[in-house]
Design a protein around this ligand. Structure first.
Ligand code: SAH
Ligand code: SF4
Ligand code: F3S
Length: 441
């Protein structure tokens, strides 16, 4: 018997890449590959890349430079680049780094087996098409291995919004939704393998409009209600949403669907209408705040999370102050904030840029405000009861780690809870990045 070939996958970027990496590893499993955590042992290395900011893209080339010597040590080693850098730069990657044998865009993963066969013939392989067929249908089915209690499931891909700063519509292509029955089959399969919580993924997940069993389009809320009927599935989440696609039925589901968790990631990017317009966001600060009022009316304890870009072209101090005011008004439990990064080919790249030192200073002020809000919310949790989905053992004996309904990381002390259990707890202390709790049965 020949030893199995070893695959090392490194994932950058968003949760959709995490999901895609899992699916690529499963597909290559069909070609006789098993996964390894050690790049030096691998017969194939795949970097699943992100193009969202300049730094993210540059990281890939420095990693490829580090990997190159491994090829001298093992001439049979194959190196592949997948994901959004692969889509954006295509052949250029092989020109810049000749050690690369394979370049595959996010919509062509199902063609990996044929591409791998080419590599074995000593050829290179490049595929950055946007094929008509659904890659998820054609990816090889997974082995029935046990899974961690929380899993991602991509339901929607691509984006038609064309925010002026963003590469996603170019790297992931037009917005498409997977049919509902496929998603429900995949969800049931995950639950059979131990999954208790599913996070539905999409670049614009709340724009979901996949075909239902009778062919009629279904909304994300309708999909969530269908998932709600799966026995054994305890928690449903979704990310990332666009404010303009927060439909009434989805807001209503936050109030009435017990399995839908009280956490919503709803990026706003800026609090200045002038900048939002230039960003092509098609919402205003005011309409965003009204929307959050409606969501909180449906689910008063919902924890809000968001994304912000500071130093977008032509952003003034007054524009930035409007963003701080919006943050003050919303009170975020989590937020991801970024300094604007120029992406060639996007409209904002052509606009007058903000001084990088000014942008740095604004980012620090914004992050300080978010940290204060986040800590206040965590402190306010002390003494409250919540439920934790147990994910893994903690550092101390008898300690287990998991996530609250609000997605806070929680340590449960002195607990005999098992992985996958959902246990009622009382929060006893707020640490920097997590909460401490005791069981409350
Ligand atoms: N689809 C999601 C987000 C996709 S990208 C949405 O519409 O909100 C994730 C985040 O990266 C964005 O919300 C934005 O805050 C940030 N981002 C995107 N392009 C960027 C750029 N050119 N510079 C800095 N941050 C960027
Ligand atoms: Fe990018 Fe805007 Fe689409 Fe989000 S909505 S993926 S920020 S273009
Ligand atoms: Fe990055 Fe592509 Fe996701 S650019 S954020 S990996 S969609």
């Amino acid at each position: 018997m020949t030893a199995p070939k070893k695959l090392f996958v490194k994932t950058y970027g968003c949760q959709m890449n995490v999901y895609d990496s899992e699916r690529m590893a499963e597909t290559l499993g069909g070609q006789g590959y098993v996964q390894t955590d050690v790049a030096e042992d691998a017969d194939m290395i795949l970097l699943n890349t992100c193009h969202i900011r300049e730094k993210a893209a540059e990281k890939v080339y420095s990693e490829l430079g580090r990997l190159k010597p491994l090829k001298m040590a093992n001439p049979d080693l194959k190196i592949g680049v997948a994901g959004c850098v692969a889509q954006a730069e295509g052949e250029e990657i092989m020109r810049r780094q000749p050690a690369v044998d394979l370049v595959v865009g996010p919509q062509s993963y199902h063609r990996l087996p044929q591409m791998e066969a080419r590599l074995r013939q000593g050829k290179t392989a490049l595929d950055t098409d946007f094929p008509e067929e659904d890659k998820f249908d054609r990816l090889q089915s997974r082995p029935k291995a046990k899974r961690a209690p929380s899993a991602f499931l991509t339901v929607q891909e691509g984006c038609d919004k064309f925010c002026a700063f963003c590469v996603v519509p170019y790297t992931r292509g037009a917005e498409t939704s997977r049919p509902m029955t496929r998603i429900l089959d995949e969800a049931r399969d995950l639950v059979e393998r131990g999954v208790r919580e599913i996070t539905l993924l999409g670049q614009n997940v709340n724009a979901y409009h996949g075909a239902g069993p009778d062919g009629a389009e279904q909304s994300l809320a309708q999909l969530i209600w269908a998932l709600n009927d799966i026995d054994g599935l305890a928690r449903i989440r979704f990310t990332t949403s666009h404010p303009n696609d927060m439909s009434d039925d989805l807001i209503e589901a936050h109030g009435s669907c017990k399995k839908l968790m009280p956490y919503l990631h709803l990026p706003v990017q800026s609090g200045s209408d002038r900048i939002l317009k230039r960003m092509n966001r098609s919402h205003t600060a005011e309409s965003y705040l009204r929307l959050i009022e409606r969501i909180r009316a449906a689910r008063p304890d919902i924890l809000m999370s968001g994304d912000f870009i500071v130093g977008f072209p032509e952003e003034t101090e007054a524009d930035f102050q409007a963003t701080l005011d919006l943050i003050e008004a919303v009170k975020y439990g989590y937020a991801y904030s970024f300094k604007y990064s120029t992406r060639p080919g996007t409209p904002a790249a052509e606009r007058p840029q903000v001084d990088p030192d000014v942008a740095d200073e604004r980012l620090q002020r914004l992050q300080a405000l978010i940290t204060r809000q986040q800590q206040q919310i965590q402190t306010d949790m002390v003494g409250r009861s919540t439920k934790v989905l147990v994910e893994k053992p903690g550092r101390d004996p008898g300690q287990m780690l998991g996530k609250s309904e609000y997605l806070h990381a929680v340590h449960i002390d002195g607990s005999d809870a098992a992985i996958g259990d959902i246990v009622p707890v009382r929060i006893t202390a707020a640490k920097r990045n997590s909460l401490a709790a005791v069981r409350q049965d």
